[in-house]
Design a protein around this ligand. Sequence first.
Ligand SMILES: [Cu+2]
Length: 232
Amino acid sequence: MKRFLVAVISVLIGAGVVAGVAVFASTTSGEPPLLVATPTGTVDTPEGPMNSASLELQVYPNNSDQVPGPMEGVNALYASQGWPFYWPSTTLQVPANSLVTVTIKQYDSGGRVFNPFWAKVHGTVDGSMTVNGKTVTEWDPTKVAHTFTIHQYPDSGQPYFFVSVPLPDLGGNEVGNANPYVDNPKEVTFTFKTGAPGSYVWNCEFPCGDLYQEFGGPMQQRGWMSGTLQVV
Ligand SMILES: [Cu+2]
């Protein structure tokens, strides 16, 4: 009887640990609410008419009274860290087989990106982006604030999908670290084509975090500098 009780208690403790881990994992994931791209009609392309959609994001150097930043789950604990973040969400959804135009208003300072590959535009229509209305295919690798880089899980059987754009930094006297934020952000636009439905991840490739080579902290946390992209 004693042995039986010990077995039952061991199983109950095991189940409790598993449940605890599940609760911990869901609260620490801090997945922000879904941001769905806005349909914008159809566009004529060389392959015929295509559905189009738009997505608007901002990048802030730190949270503030005006822009609180991500607060889901564990993210509330990071609110005092002064981390940079994408806003209003890093959980993105875009339509399949469509042209998606993204506009990002960038309010942060920056510096040198370790690998100049990330200062170039990859995977957009025409291989270009615009910065405050001017079309470019790359940016000065010493003046990058963040990147917006979509890629797939390494073991995925999904269609190849890779998009990366550098976000230009604001110079020292342009940065609005204090509130309110400056009203002259670097405004970046780019358009990419989506294929079949799939699940992708995206992140920033500029070392804007902390810990190992500045790739820890916000760089690996949903809601800040990494997220998901669902093509549906
Ligand atoms: Cu970044």
